[in-house]
Design a protein around this ligand. Sequence first.
Ligand code: SAH
Length: 470
Amino acid sequence: MGNISRKRKHAVASAVSNLPLAKNETVELIIEDLSHEGNGVGRYEGYTLFVPGALPGERILAKATKLKKQFGYARLMEIVEVAASRTKPLCPVYRRCGGCTLQHMDYEAQLAFKRKLVEDNLRRIGKIEGVPVHPTLGMKDPWRYRNKAQVPIGEEEGGLIGGFYAQRSHEIIDMEACLIQHEKSDEVVARVKEIASKYGIRAYNEETQQGLLRHVVTKVGFATGQIMIVLITNGDKLPHKEALTQELAQVIPGVASIVQNINTRKTNVIFGDTTRVLWGEEYIYDTIGAVKFAISARSFYQVNPVQTELLYGKALEYAALTGDENVIDAYCGIGTISLFLAQKARQVFGVEIVPDAIEDAKRNARLNDMDNVTFAVGEAETVIPQWYEEGNAADVIVVDPPRKGCDERLLDTIAAMKPERVVYVSCNPATLARDLRILEDGGYRTVEVQPVDMFPHTNHVESVAWLKRI
Ligand code: SAH
C-alpha cells in the first residue's frame, strides 16, 4: 500500500513539473472563451489557464497562481489588446467584493455569453443539436434588481460598519451602496448603522464571539413598496429596543416590519432558530403578475421579481394550459410556479422537500383564494412515483430543481407517466443538458429553450426548456 501511494505521488509530481510554465511565471495569452464561472479561458502551449477578469478576444499578460495537472489559474497583469465587450465596472468595490463576476463585460455581451453557455452544454453534455436556444431575455435596466440583502455588521472606531466580506476572507468592509440591490436596502443599512451606533449597540465579533449585531437583512416588496428589516443578534436582549425600532420606522418610509432573529452559534449560517416581531407585521407582501405572496423573515422568495415574472410567464406559456389539465410542479418551493399555473389549470399538485416552504405555499394559496392547488412535503423522486403507482396521471409536469438537477428516479417516472408536455426550469445548464438527454431517451423531444437573465452581472444562468411527448 505504502509503496503504491508513494509511486503515485511521484507520478503526479513529475506530471506537474512537466507543465509548460511554472508558478508565478508571467506569460502572454489570447483569451478564447469564458468558463461557466465567468473566468477568461486561454491556452499556453496547449495547457488551459483560467484568468478571472479577462474577456474573450483579449491578448493579455497573466501570472500563473495555481497549477494543476489538467489546468491552472492565472492573475490578469496587463491587457495588451482590449476586447470590444469590455466596459468599466460601475461598482467602486467590484474587485474587492467578488459578489458580481461580470461587471467588466458589457450587458449585451453578458446575455450572449449566457445563451452560448446553454447552447454549448446542450451540445456537449446532452448531445442535443438543432434545438433553438433563444436570445437571453435580459433586463431593460440591469441594476438595483435584488429584493433581499444580507449585510454583515462590524465595527470601526466611531461606530458600526457594514457591507460585505472581502473576497475569500471574513474581513468586513464598509459599503454605502450595492448597485444590484434595491435603493431602499442601502438606506436601511445606513440608518441601522447610524441609529444602532447612537444607542451604543456593538457589532458581533466572530473571533471573540462577543458583541450583539451580526447581520442586517433587508427585504423589499417591489410591487407594494413594503420593507422588512431583520436584525440578527447574538443573544436575546436588544438594548433600547423600543426607541431603536420606533426611530427606524420613523425615518425610513415604507417600513412595515422589523424583526429580531437570534443566532448565538459560532457559524457562517446567517439565521438562528428564534424569530420575533419587534415592530409592525410578521409579513410583508409582494405580487408577481397577478399572484400575491406573503414574505416572512425566513421564507425563501425569488430575489429578482421583475425577471421572475418573465421566467414563470415562459413556463406558463410552455405549459399551454386550457383549464382542463392536471399539472405537477416538482421542487415547488413556496409555490411560486404552482400558483402561476393554478390560474390556468384544472388542478396543480406541488411537491417540495422543506416543510416550512410548503407552509408558505399553502398560506400563499389561501391568500390568493386558490383552491385548485395542493401541496405535499417530500422528495419529488419519492412522492411522484407513489402518485403514479396509485394510478394518478398528469398532463403537464413542471420541474425547477436545485443546481444538481433532477434525480433519475423522477425522470424515469416522468417518462412512464407520459405527460404531454414537460417544462424544465433550470439554474444550471450542465444538469439541464444531462437531464434533457434522459428525457429525450425516454420519449420526449426538446422543442426550444429560453434563457432568462435573473442575475445580471453575475455568472448565473437560468433557463426554461419546453419538451413534448413524441
Ligand atoms: N420553484 C420554486 C423554487 C425552486 S428552488 C420557487 O420559485 O419558489 C428548488 C427547490 O427544490 C428548493 O425549494 C429545495 O428545497 C427543493 N428541493 C431540493 N431537493 C428536493 C427534492 N429531492 N425533492 C423536492 N424538493 C427538493
